[in-house]
Design a protein around this ligand. Sequence first.
Ligand SMILES: [Fe+2]
Ligand SMILES: [Fe+2]
Length: 497
Amino acid sequence: MMEISRSSIRGALDTRRDIVMMLAKQGYQLEPEALDLICSYPGSKDDLISSIIGQMDRSVAVIRAFQVSSLLDSTDAPGALLERSSALPASCTSSMRAAAELKCDITGRSTCVGDYDDFVRYFRDRYTKIREMLSRRLNARPIESLGKSTAGREVSLIGMVMDVHTTAKGNRVIELEDPTGLIVAVIQKDAQIYEQSSNILPDEVLGMTGTSDGNGRLFVKSLMWPDIPNRTAPLEVGSGCALFLSDLHVGSKYFMDDAWQRFIQWLNGQVEDPSGLASQVKYVVIAGDLVDGIGVYPGQEGDLAIKDIYAQYEAAAERINAIRNDVSVIISPGNHDIVRQAEPQPALPETVQKYFREGGLFVGNPAWVTLGGVSVLIYHGRSIDDLVLRLPGISYAAPEKAMVEMLKRRHLSPIYGSRVSIAPEHEDHYVISRPPAILHCGHVHTVGITRYKGVAVINSGTWQSQTDFQKKMNIQPQPAVVPIVDLATMKVRKLIF
Ligand SMILES: [Fe+2]
Ligand SMILES: [Fe+2]
């Protein structure tokens, strides 16, 4: 981010213009009084602006004075502002390593023991956060208020889907719950929204408008998912390029070491690179499954070239340590890695981190990081398995479509307790509290790239060729393809090695 808190000779006018420009770049306009407040802030204006950008909802176009002053009221010490940036819970950590910064993950602060209260708290947190997003657009009432007097009236509700099924007659029936009660929502077979309603997932939070029968039933006319605000421009920009990788599966006999060596030679400038692209790379982000692991699936021994998990990590570290020294490497785990299987997963343990060169950033799964000001939400992507099973039109061949569904639902893993085992932490770490500039997943071993309302959506494929199991299942992986993002323009391209 441009430094604006300098006590420069150019004086106050330039500082004002810089502030306006900086916020305009992020898509915000400023009320004059809000600008005065920022100018009169005695601490670092850079930190204050980061904090404003972090806390502001993307649907806000003009930042008002009261919004700045309420932020200032809630933080006295300038240091406090940094910790609060990015609209994440105050418990989130903020530690600077190289130019990449960890904003939030689970590492070292798991709270759950898995009792009943934990589940209640987890779902309450999910409901409260997503309700907040929906209630800006939907004037919903509590379910308990739908008594006899509401018979025949149009009402709106925001609830969590307890169950969704289709009856023998073909009508769709949804049990919708909020903290005050439960209602049966009905979508008739001939309703206009019938097709759209095939996208309703269990456990997700959504809004509905329809006619109450005054007796615990709602005949639904329209559905509303939280979604992210409409926008075409990139959410944030930075400088340099970032590479997105995942699913190396080092230790598997299918790991494509030759392709990896070609990639390293290119990145380290050892081969012709007329475009000079390699030299612009500042970051490498890895979204899990560094190694193949041990005992992840039945009969895995036969697929392993390295049968010791620590030896697998030593081999993986050797490959990653070969990356040019000035590139920051960010490593998040996946379901083949040596961390707890229940998500959210903490960062790789110290015993494994020590194999890697100094300065790497080890984060949990999921994790929010920033690459020189550009926010990246990293999630290994196990929930894509659930979304492929449940949603019409979603397949492994186009994982980016499943990722767009996550953004629409503002949740990385909407279905609870299917393929993904989610530990009921007190806070739902899977809620997408604000749109990231980049959403990065892996896990499915196919490459998918798209842009959705300004968010760059990337699934980074794999470095493992087709396994026997995948051949039997007719799964076609796309190995050794690297999505590259030019952080200045947020354009994404694919490099093939
Ligand atoms: Fe994988
Ligand atoms: Fe995976």
